[in-house]
Design a protein around this ligand. Structure first.
Ligand code: PGA
Length: 247
């Protein structure tokens, strides 16, 4: 059976580093076993959260990383800066694509850099509302997958995690259905296979308005191995309920 993974993507929350530490401690105290649980705090909170979770069974992920090792890249974080703080990093989140201009090419470079540095990549893919309406979701997602894994060394990709996050479902309170997510996992796994990776060994998470209320749909959906949770991960009880659904 594939690993089950639930990761809380805290985005630009909670308001202070002290709040992030408190949230991390609450998460660590509430998590059931049987699921790999992770949190992805803002970069500035990584050291404090990593410290708070040092002896806990909760992994720390970065939300993003730069593709170069060092240099004149104002505002960016390198893989070496994450050493000892994070086991992995999200790459290709649609908000980074939207706000910071990430393209498939940049995502490929970031993925390659993360993998080379021994970080576990959580690759986000997903179609926009317009692409969805046009019936192009599977094509878009397959293209994103194939472009993203192109440059990364195959060996590091053995621990790849893919998060299917339809953009129209993120932060809208309007999640996809389990059936839809299953359909897209098939497109994702076909693209992984075409890229020379082992699709059956790769966990695929669903993300986009996952909550205690909506999670059942995805926990019972074929091919979905966990969730990438935004808003609901900021409430410990809500997040614990999502984790329990996959336990
Ligand atoms: P959401 O965000 O759960 O708030 O929709 C998910 C994500 O963007 O990872």
């Amino acid at each position: 059976m594939r690993e089950r993974i639930v990761i809380g993507n805290w985005k630009m929350n909670p308001p202070t580093i002290a709040d992030a530490v408190e949230l991390a401690r609450n998460v660590a105290n509430r998590m059931p076993g049987g699921v790999s649980v992770g949190v992805a705090p803002a970069a500035i909170a990584l050291p404090a959260v990593a410290d708070a979770l040092r002896d806990a069974n909760v992994d720390v992920y970065a939300q993003d990383v730069h593709w170069e090792e060092r240099g004149a890249f104002t505002g960016q974080i390198s893989v070496s800066m994450l050493r000892g703080l994070a086991v992995g990093t999200i790459v290709g989140h649609s908000e980074v694509r939207r706000d910071l201009g990430d393209t498939d090419e940049r995502v490929a470079k970031k993925l390659a850099r993360a993998v080379t540095a021994g970080l576990r990549p959580v690759l986000c893919v997903g179609e926009s509302a317009a692409e969805h309406a046009a019936g192009n979701a599977s094509i878009v997602v397959a293209r994103q997958i194939m472009a993203a894994v192109k440059e990364a060394p195959r060996r590091g990709l053995e621990r790849l995690v893919v998060a299917y996050e339809p953009i129209w479902a993120i932060g809208t309170g309007n999640p996809a259905t389990g059936i839809w997510a299953t359909t897209l996992t098939r497109a994702i796994r076909a693209a992984l296979k075409q890229s020379g990776l082992d699709p059956e060994a790769t966990p695929v998470l669903y993300g986009g308005s996952v909550s205690a209320r909506s999670v059942g749909e995805f926990a019972s959906a074929e091919g979905i191995d966990g969730a990438l949770v935004g808003g609901a991960s900021l409430d410990t009880e809500e997040f614990a309920a999502v984790v329990r659904a996959f336990a």
